[in-house]
Design a protein. Structure first.
Lengths: 376, 350
């Protein structure tokens, strides 16, 4: 049970909805905590008495550890003293003589958590028959959510349909995606933290998910960060676990919807695809996460009222590697997806050959009938 | 005010040695007592009582204390200037004869491997030069008053109708050391100056080096380790990779990034913490383009990696970029100081 989940239960029942929401959001975006109630009051925009009540309630529930800390009494310093400083009776930060100036005792509330993962830069890849207006919405959301600039690459490959069905053009898009990533990464070298650019995190929709998955398979030197797939048409038995184990991908979030018709039909038309955006990925790995939103369809995630909420409650915890903080109130975790591919006859490219063949046969018959009719 | 330790005490040197022992860090005294299976304690008074009892019982001798002092006395609580030494610089000086000839020329040969007085004068003076095939060290000593606060002896008096408050300090005499150390194989040399010495550490350093240079003239050409670079490098190591994993044994408590006309300061709210552990602060740090700033100053807790044992402890350094100076906070041992030096060199070269 995560600190956020425990806090949701343990927070005083009489808190306003706004304060409760602010507390949970603050906790979900915070790493370690080490502060007095007066400072918590500032973070939650409540008075000190309320903050103390909250902190005490969370301490009782084991979310916080309540500790009496010794603080340097020098007004300019005020640092929480280490054992070394206390043992040597000298503040190792400002040099104050602690025998002369007694340290001040302060009640502080502590929470030790591993650091969240940092987002380096992001790539968004759209699906077929669209230019992906959601990419701009997501970019604007990211700009608002982070206090620093997150370089954001909107990769657009055109409003295609037939191209997604033919093997040769599919390969072309995969190659172009790899080239785009490499070129953008090279542009970012030396600008992010002054060092080599990290691997990008990726958000891909529909056929974009197919391109990303195949790019990883195609080029074993391509390295991506955390990958979010929405309306994924990648085959559910795609070996993500192997790609994660060989460090080509950090983690995969498969954001599914159970009313996603295009995903269910993908197998019929797109070679080497499958309905993972509905059934999930079968790869059993701690960092392959299938999350289903009941009622979700192929593009509903990108609607104005859903994108911000989804980002806040699911995608951001995932990108921060706070996997346990992913919302489970409005979502269902698909832990053991099962899937069998459709019979070959019902899968692309066989279906496509049959479809084209049928059209040709029907056209031929129509022509013959027309010729006979004219001759008659 | 009372005097104890090296000055004004009797006891055939034992009191002097005990006085010096009690000036070492409590952690080291405790470790020493534990290693000798002597009752520990938590205050200097308890340590002194336990040491005296152990001596009286024959569990501890003067030689034991002297041996221990060699490892811990005069290490830590010092300002350090480190030099990157060219590998060829030591070729000739490894030979005892060459060194002796150089010392002869400088009029310092009588100090070669000389003993250090338990009762040095009050002026800082070169006391000994130690040389072997591994390195050379110059050691300056002078008697120094260490003031130990004795709050229980504070008193108030009314003098001519005024209320006067007297604050009590026990005066203990210690040997203050400044050092020049050069280990031939490390490619490193350092000047170490006691923290309580004069504030103008650069002037003090130059004074010491003027003597060293009479013996090792090539020293003038050695580059100082770039502490500004070390500061920014430590910050990056502490920040860790994208996954937030910091396995470099570095905990950065504060860093000042110096811009062209202003600076940015990051600082943790607890000495035991790091500003990198705060997600919101890390986000702000992520917006700082390191290449546009110079490492101005930093407080770092470093677990040495170079030549360090597995159970190496975290050591506190304060770094001053512009002055290329590093303050070694707290008492340390000879080995720990060298481990830090090697790590500083690695970070400066990264």
């Amino acid at each position: 049970v995560t600190p956020v989940a425990r806090a949701a239960i343990a927070a005083p029942a009489d808190l306003s909805l706004q304060t409760r929401a602010r507390l949970l959001r603050w906790l979900s975006l915070t790493d370690s905590v080490d502060l007095p109630a007066a400072l918590l009051a500032g973070h939650l925009a409540v008075d000190v008495i309320t903050a103390t009540r909250i902190a005490e309630a969370l301490a009782t529930a084991g979310v916080f550890e309540c500790r009496q800390a010794q603080v340097c009494p020098q007004p300019e310093c005020q640092i929480v003293l280490s054992e070394d400083s206390l043992s040597e009776r000298s503040c190792q930060t400002c040099g104050a003589d602690l025998t002369e100036f007694e340290p001040r005792t302060e009640v502080r509330y502590l929470l030790e958590r591993p650091r969240a993962r940092d987002v380096g830069w992001l790539v968004a890849v759209h699906g077929i028959r669209t230019r992906g207006p959601w990419q701009e919405q997501l970019q604007w959301l990211i700009d608002r959510q982070f206090t620093r600039t997150i370089p954001f690459k909107n990769w657009k490959y055109g409003r295609i349909l037939v191209g997604s069905l033919l093997l040769a053009s599919q390969r072309k898009y995969v190659r172009r995606f790899i080239d785009q990533i490499r070129s953008a990464q090279s542009d970012l070298n030396g600008t992010l933290r002054g060092g080599p650019a990290p691997a990008p995190d990726v958000v891909a929709h529909s056929f974009g998910s197919w391109i990303v998955a195949h790019a990883i398979q195609e080029d074993s030197t391509l390295i991506l960060g955390s990958v979010i797939l929405v309306g994924s048409i990648v085959a559910p038995d795609w070996p993500w676990g192997q790609f994660i184990d060989r460090r080509q991908v950090t983690a995969v979030l498969n954001y599914c919807g159970d009313r996603d018709i295009p995903v269910r039909l993908a197998e019929l038309f797109v070679p080497d695809s499958g309905p993972s955006g509905v059934v999930g990925f079968t790869s059993r790995h701690q960092r392959v996460i299938n999350i289903l939103r009941p009622g979700g369809d192929h593009s509903s995630t990108f609607s104005d009222d859903r994108l911000a909420v989804t980002f806040d409650t699911v995608w951001r915890p995932f990108l921060s590697a706070r996997y346990d903080d992913i919302d489970t109130r409005e979502h269902v975790r698909l832990d053991t997806p099962q899937w069998l591919p459709a019979p070959r006859l019902l899968r692309a490219p066989t279906t496509l050959v049959l479809l084209v063949g049928s059209i040709l046969v029907l056209a031929t018959i129509a022509i013959i009938v027309a010729v006979i009719a004219r001759a008659g | 005010v009372s005097d104890s330790g090296a000055r004004g005490s009797e006891g055939g040197g034992l009191d002097q040695i005990l006085g010096l022992a009690l000036l070492q860090g409590n952690r080291f005294i405790r470790e020493f007592l534990r290693s000798k299976q002597i009752r520990l304690g938590s205050t200097k008074e308890q340590f002194e009582a336990n040491l005296r009892e152990a001596i009286a019982d024959g569990k501890l001798g003067r030689a034991d204390i002297e041996e221990w002092l060699r490892e811990v006395e005069g290490w830590g609580n010092q300002h350090l200037y480190a030099f990157d030494v060219p590998s060829a610089a030591s070729n000739r000086l490894r030979h005892r004869k060459t060194m002796l000839a150089r010392l002869d020329n400088a009029g310092l040969s009588k100090l070669l491997d000389a003993d250090i007085s338990l009762d040095p004068g009050e002026e800082l003076a070169l006391a000994t030069i130690r040389h072997n095939e591994d390195g050379v060290s110059f050691l300056w000593v002078r008697a120094d008053r260490a003031l130990i606060r004795r709050k229980e002896l504070d008193r108030y008096e009314e003098l001519d109708g005024d209320e006067i408050e007297f604050h009590a300090y026990e005066r203990r005499w210690s040997r203050v050391a400044a050092r020049f150390e050069w280990r031939f194989d490390s490619g490193l040399a350092a000047v170490l100056i006691n923290r309580s010495e004069a504030r103008d550490y650069a002037a003090q350093r130059d004074l010491l080096l003027a003597t060293v240079d009479t013996v090792i003239p090539a020293r003038r050409g050695w580059q100082m380790i770039d502490i500004s670079k070390v500061i920014t490098e430590l910050d990056s190591r502490g920040l860790g990779g994208q996954q937030g994993v910091n396995d470099a044994g570095v905990r950065v408590n504060s860093t000042v990034f110096q811009g062209a006309a202003a600076n940015i300061r990051f600082r943790a709210s607890a000495e035991a913490g790091s500003y990198h552990d705060d997600a919101a602060v890390r986000e702000v740090r992520g917006a700082v383009d390191r290449s546009k700033f110079v490492g101005g100053a930093g407080d770092c807790y470093l677990t040495p990696t170079a030549n360090a044992p597995n159970n190496a402890r975290e050591l506190h350094l304060r770094l001053y970029g512009q002055e290329q100076r590093t303050l070694l906070w707290g008492k340390m041992t000879l080995d720990e100081v060298w481990q830090i030096l090697l790590d500083l060199k690695t970070y400066a070269a990264a």
